[in-house]
Design a binder for this molecule. Structure first.
Ligand SMILES: [Zn+2]
Ligand SMILES: [Zn+2]
Length: 342
């Protein structure tokens, strides 16, 4: 069953490459990119599959057991657009094109200095015969790196200016995972590529690792009463767990001044590094108007959000840049001074 599914996917991949991708590449004289394009088509196919499955499985649960019901779902539409751009490979292609020259530079520098990035299998040769165990170990390492990337994106003022786009959504749904500023996608791409290179993720694991991360991320933003049970929530990030990460009003504790529950897959990192909050309620989501974005950005379209993110970035990087005009007098007075985190 799995074999025939994989075979069907590979032949679809070949067909798409031959009919849709190869002719324009050759016409543009980019024949040397055919191999990369073959991997790119696989990446997009899995992305579409993941998005379709997430929709088919999670949308009915959102309809049956919603946490919040909104008469007007217009702000959700932009998140659907973000997800399409992400899962259909348009944003990843953009990130790839921007990163490719850097990767070529790093690669030739490493070759010139005779440095071959190691693999876990070099340290633990027994893993060669244990693909499942090796997959889990790579997943743990990548998730650990994701925890720190995510935590830094709340702590560094410039990064928070960009990441705030993800948090500005007050109607959080299964689509919200991909709602990110393009420069935030680029920073995450650099981080993920660097860590993958450093630990030598085997090409055979790559798509599987990405799919596991994306599936849990779609699930963790779902607008549905969905419990993993007390034990399950300790082991895997649940919708309630991640909802507290998006809470409009954070728990009143200095430990959470930049946010809580940064983990992407495994809550254990929050537990170890003191950023875990196990709230039982399902809080309202979004960021207050004391954040780097005007409140109206949450309801605006794609380009306006991208523009607001750039403006917030400039304000964070250039001292003296006019701060955005306040939209109301509200401030969150439980938060400490020098607010650049959550
Ligand atoms: Zn965040
Ligand atoms: Zn999120």
């Amino acid at each position: 069953m799995i074999n025939s599914f994989t075979e069907a996917l590979v032949s679809l991949q070949g067909w798409l490459l031959d009919r849709l991708v190869q002719p324009p590449l050759l016409a543009m004289g980019l024949g040397s990119y055919l191999e990369v394009a073959f991997d790119g088509v696989e990446f997009v196919l899995w992305g579409v599959l993941q998005m379709t499955l997430a929709y088919l499985l999670l949308r009915p649960i959102e309809a049956l057991r919603p946490i919040e019901v909104w008469p007007d779902r217009q702000p959700v539409r932009v998140d659907v657009l973000y997800t399409m751009l992400d899962r259909l490979g348009i944003i990843p292609l953009l990130v790839f094109v921007l990163l490719a020259p850097l990767v070529v530079e790093v690669d030739s520098w490493l070759r010139f200095h005779d440095i071959i990035p190691g693999q876990l299998e070099d340290l633990l040769p027994a893993l060669e015969k244990q693909p499942l165990l090796s997959f889990v170990i790579y997943l743990l390492i990548l998730d650990f790196a994701e925890y720190w990337r995510h935590r830094l994106s709340h702590t560094l003022r410039w990064w928070w200016a960009l990441h705030a786009i993800h948090h500005s959504q007050r109607q959080m749904t299964l689509w919200t995972d991909s709602r990110n500023h393009l420069l935030d996608d680029l920073s995450s791409g650099v981080w993920f590529a660097a860590i993958s290179l450093l630990i030598g993720v085997p090409p055979g694991h790559f798509i599987g690792l990405l799919m596991a991360i994306r599936t849990i991320e779609s699930l963790s933003h779902v607008n549905a009463w969905l419990s993993f049970g007390r034990l399950g929530e300790l082991l895997l990030v649940s919708p309630r767990y991640h909802r507290w990460h998006h809470a409009l009003v954070l728990p009143d504790d200095r430990r959470y001044r930049y946010g809580c529950n940064f983990a992407v897959l495994f809550p254990v990192w929050d537990q170890i590094f003191g950023t875990q909050y196990r709230g039982q309620a399902m809080p309202a989501t979004g960021i207050g108007d004391d954040g780097p974005l005007p409140e109206s950005a949450a309801r605006s379209g794609f380009w306006r959000q991208q523009g607001e993110g750039l403006r917030a970035l400039a304000a964070a990087l250039l001292p003296g840049t006019a701060a955005r005009p306040a939209t109301s007098a509200h401030t969150n007075d439980h938060r400490p001074d020098e607010q650049h985190g959550r």
